[in-house]
Design a protein around this ligand. Structure first.
Ligand SMILES: Cc1cc2nc3c(=O)[nH]c(=O)nc-3n(C[C@H](O)[C@H](O)[C@H](O)COP(=O)(O)OP(=O)(O)OC[C@H]3O[C@@H](n4cnc5c(N)ncnc54)[C@H](O)[C@@H]3O)c2cc1C
Length: 393
């Protein structure tokens, strides 16, 4: 068995597969080492099985990173249109949903098959169920694995982030970075539901489980307008997943339950027009009935509108437009769709993803400190960073 390669890629996920096919096309002898029994496990479960593979609107503003400019070069060199072209060449089509999100009509598995076909055409080799242990560098990189030792002139780390550990996700990439003297930023769960103290959960949130509505939610100066979902464990839905990436322990979140109206003005007008109407019935015109009931029972009281003073109406209106909640935490890596943090971008070239201090060593995808918002941005980063490394590794 040949044990020396031009390029060894650790991780057959989104970024690793893209890098492998590009390097292989350049005539490089490429080997991919994957811990799992098959490629692309996170692609397969993404987007409810349909893979939200990119977004029509991609810009650096959709990413979190200590250096918000780092991702610009890669995203400009390999765009969402390039990935759509690739899919078209393979006869794959997509469906556009809200916020410019694109999903694969043939399902997530079709995207993995497409990438594997491209890798096969480019002569890329794979070893699955392969645990990588020690990595050393003399002239070349030498990897000790459960399938023996392999040597590579270039080494690409594409092992993703630690979210969903039951799928085998770890912080392997950061350990390799440390091993080679590169700085990194600790991983933190992102795109993850919020949890709440047990009393508040039982009294307020659990009775509302299953309700969803469109809200505007904000924290730390960032806000999103999307669906909120009440669950038995706390708050979820796209709007909460988005916010979680920007949230730090102890931060309150504010939820505007009536994002299209100035609630105080509306309440005052209704008080004048329908003084005998009960608040709960009025709120149920604009909010799910169970939510309107809970707000009246737990927060506002339920009386005819005329019984509320001006100050009380102002308080109710302010709460409807900015319900302040204090999460106890998040569900953590167990259910997070991504993780912020990763290899410090100051250590890498933004054009090639190559370590400045270690020529020939590359980090791509979620292992790098670039994390996308919800909406296909994480895959677009994986494709783009993998493509860039694939041009030079
Ligand atoms: C439930 C879920 C749904 C998601 N949905 C979307 C979505 O619709 N759109 C979107 O843009 N993003 C989505 N994401 C995020 C997206 O999956 C990741 O950002 C993306 O997969 C990162 O690509 P990657 O190649 O860096 O890492 P990964 O795709 O995670 O690939 C890393 C690979 O490395 C392997 N590996 C890890 N450690 C080792 C090791 N030591 N040795 C060998 N191999 C190793 C892993 O087994 C894996 O195959 C979702 C994530 C989750 C968890």
């Amino acid at each position: 068995m040949n044990r020396h390669f031009d390029v060894i890629i650790v991780g057959a996920g989104a970024a690793g597969l893209m890098c492998a096919m590009e390097a292989g096309r350049r005539g490089r002898r490429v080997l991919v080492l994957e811990k799992a029994g098959r490629a692309g496990n996170k692609i397969r479960i993404s987007g409810g099985g349909k893979c939200n593979f990119t977004n029509l609107e991609v810009s650096a503003d959709n990413y979190l990173s200590r250096n918000p400019h780092f991702c610009k070069s890669a995203l400009a060199r390999y765009t969402q249109w390039d990935f759509m072209d690739l899919m078209s060449r393979h006869g794959l089509s997509w469906e556009q949903r809200d916020h410019g999100r694109l999903f694969c009509e043939q399902g997530a598995g079709a995207i993995v098959d497409m990438l594997l076909e491209e890798c096969a055409a480019a002569g890329v080799g794979f070893h699955y169920d392969c645990d990588v242990g020690d990595i050393r560098r003399e002239q070349d990189f030498s990897l000790h694995t459960s399938r023996g030792e392999f040597k590579g002139t270039s080494l690409v780390i594409a092992t993703g982030g630690p979210s969903i550990p039951r799928m085998g996700a770890t912080d392997f990439g950061l350990r390799v970075a440390r091993r080679f003297g590169l700085r990194s930023i600790p991983f933190k769960p992102a795109l993850v539901p919020f949890t709440f103290p047990s009393g508040f959960l039982a009294r307020v949130l659990k009775p509302l489980a299953g309700i969803s509505l469109e809200v505007r939610a904000s924290c730390n100066g960032v806000s999103f307008r999307e669906e909120l979902l009440f669950t038995h464990r706390g708050l979820s839905g796209p709007v909460m997943l988005q916010l979680s990436s920007y949230w730090n322990r102890g931060d309150p979140v504010h939820i505007d339950l009536l994002p299209d109206r100035e609630a105080v003005e509306w309440l005052k007008a209704e008080q004048g027009a329908h003084p005998n109407r009960h608040l709960k019935n009025l709120l149920a015109d604009r909010l799910p009935r169970r939510l309107a009931g809970m707000l009246c029972e737990q927060e506002f009281g339920d009386q005819p509108l005329q019984a509320f003073s001006r100050r009380q109406l102002e308080h109710i209106g302010a709460t409807l437009n900015g319900w302040r909640l204090l999460p106890g935490g998040t569900e953590g890596m167990r259910t997070a769709e991504a993780a912020t943090g990763g290899v410090d971008t100051d250590e890498l070239s933004s054009r090639a993803m190559e370590a400045k201090k270690q020529p020939g060593l590359y980090f791509i995808g979620e292992t790098v400190d670039v994390t996308g918002q919800l909406g296909g941005y994480n895959f677009q980063w994986a494709w783009a960073s993998g493509w860039c490394a694939g041009q030079v590794a």
